[in-house]
Design a protein around this ligand. Structure first.
Ligand code: NAP
Length: 248
């Protein structure tokens, strides 16, 4: 019998897929996947698709689409949602490259990155909070990055991506202050996976030592352990893949 559910948003992320694959192993945990593309083998390898998986498609991550997804989600709330993973994030795409210097900055690209990396997670926090507030503990993970740390920025570059993750961190911190008053069961975690072998890091892997380039499976296992062991303390945490705190 399903006694709790895990929600993975942006489930087509390679790290999201690895989390889904590891959770599949458990019988009493329902899995809810939200993505723009849920056709196998996306999101969950087809051989792992089982009865305890619910899929919700979104057209995009605009507020209206998120409202529709949350309305659909409410109908599937047979058991409490105890873990949420918001995987959304872009660093590059066919028309965006991270900036090396001021001359590379482009307003349109900045807006696109801020939208996917900061605004989308903000909307998920806003719209999911009513559904998650209650007695059952809920660990709510938002994928950030170490480069979003203002105090640890020594290398420079990547203006838009850094700014979008710093903005996300501020959103997480600010929301945790409000949730400490009105939803004490929700713990927000901004998570840095480390450099992980996914499409997002592909163009930037050549200078990464082999032992510092993680597989999505390794990161998913680390994250599930971190989520298990992080207490509900009504404050936001900014943690890396080892569970170590990063300076904001
Ligand atoms: N890989 C790394 O080395 C690394 C390092 C630090 C931080 N991170 C962070 O970890 C998270 C997961 O990344 P990943 O490495 O698994 O990357 P990935 O496989 O490239 O996944 C991309 C994710 O972004 C979503 N997405 C793509 N375009 C979007 C848009 N326009 N608006 C909103 N969402 C969009 C996708 O959702 P759909 O399911 O709808 O496609 C998917 O969840 C990201 O937030 C990333 O910034 C990754």
């Amino acid at each position: 019998m399903i006694t709790e559910q895990t929600l993975i948003i942006g489930a087509n992320s390679d790290i999201g897929k690895a989390i889904a694959a590891q959770i599949q192993a458990s019988e009493n945990t329902g899995l809810i996947l939200i993505s723009r593309d849920l056709t196998p083998p996306n999101s969950v390898p087809s051989d792992l698709i089982a009865a305890n998986v619910t899929k919700i498609s979104v057209k995009d991550y605009q507020a209206e689409s998120i409202d529709q997804a949350v309305a659909e989600l409410a109908q599937h709330k047979h058991a409490p949602i105890t873990r949420v993973f918001v995987c959304n994030g872009i660093l590059h795409n066919d028309h965006i490259k991270p900036e090396k210097r001021l001359e590379d900055f482009d307003s349109q690209a900045f807006m696109e990155i801020m939208t996917s990396n900061s605004l989308t997670p903000m909307l998920w926090i806003q719209k999911l909070t009513p559904l998650l507030t209650g007695k059952s503990p809920c660990k709510f993970v938002l994928f950030s990055a170490r480069v979003g740390s203002i105090s640890e920025n020594r290398l420079g570059g990547w203006y838009s991506y850094r700014a979008s993750k710093a903005a996300l961190n501020m959103i997480v911190k600010t929301a945790s202050i409000e949730l400490a008053r009105r939803a004490k069961n929700i713990k927000l975690i901004a998570f840095h996976p480390g450099t992980t072998d996914t499409p997002l890091s592909k163009p930037f892997q050549k200078n990464v030592p082999a032992n510092k380039l993680f597989s999505p499976e390794f990161v998913a296992k680390q994250l599930l352990d971190i989520v298990e062991n992080t207490p509900l303390d009504q404050t936001a945490s900014y943690l890396d893949w080892q569970g170590e705190a990063i300076n904001w």
